[in-house]
Design a binder for this molecule. Sequence first.
Ligand code: 13P
Length: 247
Amino acid sequence: MRRTLIVGNWKMNGDRAALAELGGIATAAAACPAIDVAICPPATLIAAATGSGIAIGGQDCHAAARGAHTGCLSAGMLVEAGAALCIVGHSERRCDQHETDADVRAKAIAAMAAGMIAIVCVGETEAERDAGDAVAVVAAQIDGSVPDDATPDALVVAYEPVWAIGTGRVPSIADVAEMHGAIRTRLSAKLGAAAAGGVRILYGGSMNGANAAALLAVADVDGGLVGGASLTAAAFVPIIEAAQAVG
Ligand code: 13P
């Protein structure tokens, strides 16, 4: 009942020429009808990316609908540009822009109110995992970042261990299974079992064509949030195909 979702997060990478990659990605997505595929390019490319045949998303939005917030973009602006999804609370923003759980929650509410799927990111640092606190840290992020009335059609959670992002390191399959199960349990306590059962929980952090099948086969892993390996069709398509094969 949970359709696998593979999302590419281009971060601050890509220009108009890079949009050529979307052709190959869209072709692969069309050949894999069992799964959903989306790309979150820099906001300046959203409008140009729509019409590619795959869903397009933002990487962040402001919590307010409008106002004196120089340099920021509202959820409604992203929707007008063509975004259907929006990442909120990525660890890079929690770190670089000092976003708190409350900030992330407000952004998720704004994204949902504008009609987008909010992809709420959570994940522990390496120090937190080494201290044995990973599950507790992520549970607290779920409590603080996920809106109380979120519904499965509007909420996706992405578990991205900070130490796995861009490093080539991934957690063990057992650790991924433990964390995704813990996230589902926490969502059940917050949203009710029925709603939580429909929320897709993505894994993110150094996912690539070689490790995607094993990660996507883990119970409660409902897709991937992919950074570096989403920048080219050559790197991203094998992940899409692995997801289709896993089902
Ligand atoms: P990498 O796939 O480059 O590790 O990035 C993961 C990520 O942060 C996606 O949001």
